[in-house]
Design a protein around this ligand. Structure first.
Ligand SMILES: Cc1cc2nc3c(=O)[nH]c(=O)nc-3n(C[C@H](O)[C@H](O)[C@H](O)COP(=O)(O)OP(=O)(O)OC[C@H]3O[C@@H](n4cnc5c(N)ncnc54)[C@H](O)[C@@H]3O)c2cc1C
Length: 380
């Protein structure tokens, strides 16, 4: 097997690494203040990072998904919250419109998203529909030429900042299972769409989550993305692709943990020597490095399968579950290596520990990832 990266992949990886270094300090402050990292994102947008794997004809860079995940592994090392916001734009909205949109929809929605001029969000989860999106209640009915949406979404990342939203709603409740359709919504152009206060979260505090409310929101007829009643397929296929990016964010986060824990272990002296000399610490670092390498390989493999047009849903679920579990475990051990200092907010491990947890939950919990993997295993 040839693991050599293409010159384009190396170039984007190096660029992302350089840009990530510049924002490391800033990201700690933004987390403390729970602020949306607009400055960081604007900088990344100016450098062309928002449209990496989106089509060139609609303003993207036209790179492959391997290049995208390599970039995310770098960006997330510096600011996982900013990496997640970029990811929602690129992979939870941009890839959906790229795959399912009409030529007109692509022309309208992709250029501002690929340039980072507009933020976008993905609204599937509802108060009573989390792991089971088939039970969602937001409804869309046709009135004259328009669609009218009523309901509530929650946990919507970037919902308060987004210009565009991808929204799932029931369009035929009589079907078994109910017909669900996907819609692209221009939020400023739809005054009946409002959002609530940001949730105060454990981690990824800069990537704000809000509820979105649809109060008889009138959408033009051409807001439907993909086929009528086939919206769950649109949302789930979009999640398959996005999970590969989430895995990459987890790898980046895990690498940041390893970097800090290794540096600390080499400096911290107890019993007259650096704690890095103790095998108990060395094994933690060795296990962390090994698991992170495996997570990176699973992630690149899933991205590569996607680039080759091969089935990759199970590979994406494996990468997402393994990488996010690895990041969480690394953060747990990283805090342990720092001892009491790992619990202090002035050391970055405390933040990484909080940031890592959500990865095991969003874009489908890791229990649901294991159901997807098990289905594939049992098929064989
Ligand atoms: C930081 C963050 C950002 C998010 N961003 C978005 C976003 O932008 N857009 C969006 O739509 N959603 C978003 N979400 C929501 C997220 O996708 C859901 O939280 C997730 O899908 C789980 O749904 P739930 O929280 O309702 O948990 P539930 O579905 O209620 O699950 C509770 C527990 O039961 C387990 N469980 C449920 N069903 C099964 C089963 N069949 N077998 C085994 N175990 C099961 C779950 O794994 C979990 O441990 C975000 C969440 C977080 C934390």
């Amino acid at each position: 097997m040839d693991f050599t990266l293409s010159p384009q992949q190396v170039a984007v990886q190096e660029k992302a690494r350089r840009l990530a270094q510049e924002v490391k300090e800033e990201s700690a402050r933004l987390d403390r203040e729970g602020q949306f990292p607009r400055e960081i994102l604007n900088r990344w947008a100016r450098e062309g990072l928002f449209g990496l794997a989106l089509p060139r004809e609609y303003g993207g860079a036209g790179l492959d998904y391997v290049a995208y995940v390599l970039a995310q592994m770098e960006l997330a090392q510096a600011c996982p919250a900013s990496a997640l916001i970029l990811h929602v734009n690129h992979s939870l909205f941009g890839t959906a419109v790229t795959r399912f949109g009409t030529a007109e929809q692509k022309q309208r929605f992709l250029p501002p998203v690929a340039s980072g001029e507009a933020f976008a969000c993905f609204a599937l989860t509802e108060p009573e529909a989390g792991s089971d999106p088939g039970s969602l209640k937001t409804a869309a009915r046709q009135e004259g030429g328009a669609w009218v949406l009523t309901g509530e979404k929650n946990f919507v990342t970037s919902g308060a900042q987004a210009r565009f939203a991808l929204v799932a709603a029931v369009t035929d409740p009589e079907r078994k299972p109910p017909g669900i359709s996907a819609f692209v919504v221009d939020i400023p152009g739809t005054p009946e769409v409002t959002w609530g206060a940001k949730e105060e979260k454990l981690g990824l505090r800069g990537a704000q989550s809000v509820p979105l409310f649809f109060d008889n929101a009138r959408l033009p007829a051409d807001s439907l993305l993909g086929e009528l009643h086939q919206g769950l397929k649109v949302m789930l296929a979009t999640l398959d692709a996005a999970r590969v990016g989430s895995a990459a964010i987890a790898v980046g986060l895990g690498r940041a943990v390893l970097h800090e824990a290794r540096a600390y272990a080499k400096e911290r002296v107890q019993f007259g020597q650096a704690i890095a000399n103790f095998q108990a610490i060395q094994w933690k670092l060795a296990d962390m490095a090994t698991a992170l390498e495996a997570a990176a390989l699973l992630t690149c493999k899933a991205a590569w399968l996607k680039d080759q047009g091969q089935p990759y849903a199970a590979a994406a679920a494996m990468a997402k579950a393994f990488a996010t579990d690895t990041a969480m475990h690394a953060a747990l051990e990283g805090v342990q290596i720092l001892g009491g200092y790992g619990c202090l907010t002035r050391y970055p491990l405390e933040r990484y520990f909080r940031d890592a947890k959500a990865g095991q939950i969003y874009e489908g919990t890791n229990e649901i990832m294991r159901l997807i993997i098990a289905k594939e295993v049992l098929k064989g």
